[in-house]
Design a protein around this ligand. Structure first.
Ligand SMILES: [Zn+2]
Length: 415
C-alpha cells in the first residue's frame, strides 16, 4: 500500500486517488492550484454567473443554499446574501442526529443572516427503518443523511422552479483531486450515487428488503426531465474561491458567533458540531471499511494549507484514530438493537484489505503510522502558522433562558 509522501492519504482512498511518479497524490496536486489560480478572474466569473439568476422583480428566490447547523453554512450564506446580494432560500434536511449546538447554530443562522428557510423532517419511523436496513446491508448509519441532504435541495429547486443550487466545496475536488478547479465541476446524479450514496440510490434499497416505495419516497431524486425543464444546476463555490474551511469557520465565529464543539475522533471542532454520530460511530465505521478516519482527512487538509507539519499530523492521527466511539449506546437505543448486535453487524464490514488480527486484537495492516512511512523518510516541512482551533463559549446560559426557548422554536431574537 502506497501513501502520499506529502499528506496522509493511502492510494486506496474510496474516492480514488492517484499517486504520481514523485509520490505525491492527486489531492495534493490539485490543492497546489489554489496558489497559482487567478482568483480575481474566477470571482468575476462567479459574479457573472450569479447575476444571470438574480430576479429582476426581487419577489422570487434567486437560488437555493443547502444548509445545516455546521459545515460552512454560515460562510456560504453570508457570501451569497451579503457580498453578492442574492436572495437565497435556505434548505435543510433534518438529519435526526442533531446536537443542541447544531440547533443553536441553525437558529442563529436563520436569524442573523435573516433568510427564509425550509426544513424537511422525514417521519422518524421511516428514518429508523431505512437506517436498520442500510446498517445491515452495507454498514451505513449515514445513508439517509447523505441521501436527504443531497436530494431535498433538488426537489425544492424543481418544485419551486428555483434553478440554481449553491454548494460549498466539492469533496472529489478538494480531498482527492478527482477534478481540477478549472473543470468547474457541477452537481450530478451520477457522482451523488457513486460517491455520496456508496452506490445505492433510494430505489436500490427496495431490492431484497422489507422497505416499500412509501418508505423511500422522500429520498427519490427528481427525474432528469423535471430537472431539465426547470434548468436546475448545482454549482460549487470551491471552484471560484480558494476553499479554506478552517479559515471560513473562524471568520463566522467572529462575525456571527458560530459555535464549535469538541469532537470524539478528530481535532476539527467546526465542521460537524451539529451531529451526534458523524465524528463518533459513523467515523468508526469509516475506519473499519477504509482503514482510516476523519482525522486523516482533517490532518491532510491542514497539512496542505501548511498549518500542520507531518510530525504533528502523525501525532493527531495516532491519538484519535483508535478512539472507541461513545455514542453507540444512544444509537442502539434509538434503532432498537443491542450493542453486541451492532458490533457483530459492523464486523461484517471490516475490510480484510486493511485489517489483520494479531493475538486476538485487530490492527491495521497498512498504516501511515507504521515504520515504512516514518518521519525520516519524509522529513517535516517548514511552516509559519499553527493549527489551533477555537473552542467557543456556549450562547446558552441561565441568564439567557428566553433565548434558549426561542431556539427551540427554530429562531432567536437578536440579543
Ligand atoms: Zn497527498
Amino acid at each position: 500500500m502506497r501513501f502520499c509522501k506529502r499528506c496522509f492519504y493511502p492510494e486506496s482512498h474510496p474516492l480514488n486517488i492517484i499517486i504520481d511518479e514523485e509520490g505525491i497524490c492527486s489531492g495534493c496536486r490539485v490543492h497546489e492550484e489554489k496558489f497559482s489560480i487567478n482568483w480575481k478572474e474566477k470571482e468575476d466569473k462567479l459574479k457573472k454567473l450569479l447575476h444571470q439568476y438574480k430576479s429582476t422583480s426581487g419577489l422570487t428566490y434567486d437560488c437555493i443554499i443547502p444548509v445545516s447547523g455546521a459545515k460552512d453554512s454560515y460562510y456560504i450564506v453570508d457570501l451569497i446574501k451579503n457580498v453578492y446580494g442574492m436572495n437565497p432560500l435556505l434548505v435543510n434536511y433534518n438529519k435526526h442526529y442533531n446536537t443542541s449546538i447544531g440547533h443553536r447554530n441553525f437558529a442563529y443562522l436563520k436569524t442573523r443572516l435573516n433568510c427564509d428557510a425550509m426544513s424537511m423532517v422525514v417521519q422518524p419511523q421511516k428514518v429508523k427503518k431505512i437506517t436498520q436496513h442500510t446498517l445491515d446491508k452495507f454498514g451505513s448509519i449515514y445513508w439517509h443523511v447523505l441521501a436527504g441532504e443531497t436530494v431535498f435541495p433538488v426537489q425544492v429547486a424543481v418544485r419551486f422552479k428555483i434553478p440554481l443550487i449553491i454548494w460549498g466545496a466539492h469533496q472529489g475536488l478538494d480531498q482527492v483531486g478527482m477534478f481540477s478547479h478549472d473543470d468547474e465541476v457541477e452537481m450530478t446524479r451520477k457522482y451523488r450515487k457513486e460517491h455520496d450514496l456508496m452506490g445505492f440510490e433510494a430505489e436500490d434499497l427496495l431490492k431484497n428488503s422489507d422497505l416499500d416505495e412509501s418508505d423511500i419516497l422522500q429520498y427519490i431524486y427528481p427525474h432528469d426531465k423535471e430537472i431539465e425543464k426547470t434548468g436546475v444546476r448545482g454549482i460549487y463555490l470551491g471552484n471560484y474561491i480558494p476553499w479554506d474551511s478552517k479559515k471560513f469557520h473562524e471568520k463566522m465565529i467572529q462575525k456571527f458567533d458560530f459555535e464549535s464543539a469538541p469532537q470524539q475522533r478528530t481535532f476539527d471542532i467546526y465542521n460537524h458540531t451539529d451531529c451526534v454520530h458523524y465524528s463518533g460511530l459513523h467515523d468508526y465505521i469509516k475506519t473499519l471499511k477504509h482503514g482510516y478516519g476523519k482525522v486523516t482527512d482533517h490532518a491532510s487538509r491542514e497539512l496542505r494549507w501548511g498549518r500542520l507539519n507531518r510530525k504533528e499530523g502523525f501525532e493527531l492521527i495516532k491519538s484519535y484514530q483508535n478512539i472507541k466511539p461513545s455514542d453507540t449506546t444512544d444509537f442502539c437505543k434509538w434503532i432498537d438493537i443491542s450493542e453486541h448486535k451492532l458490533f457483530e453487524t459492523l464486523e461484517k464490514f471490516r475490510n480484510p484489505l486493511f485489517w489483520k488480527r494479531d493475538k486476538g486484537e485487530w490492527e491495521l495492516k497498512h498504516s501511515i503510522l507504521s515504520a515504512d512511512n516514518n518521519l525520516q523518510k519524509f522529513p517535516t516541512q517548514n511552516k509559519d502558522t499553527t493549527c489551533n482551533f477555537i473552542l467557543t463559549d456556549s450562547k446558552v446560559s441561565p441568564e439567557k433562558e428566553y433565548t434558549y426557548k426561542l431556539i427551540e422554536k427554530g429562531f432567536v431574537i437578536n440579543d
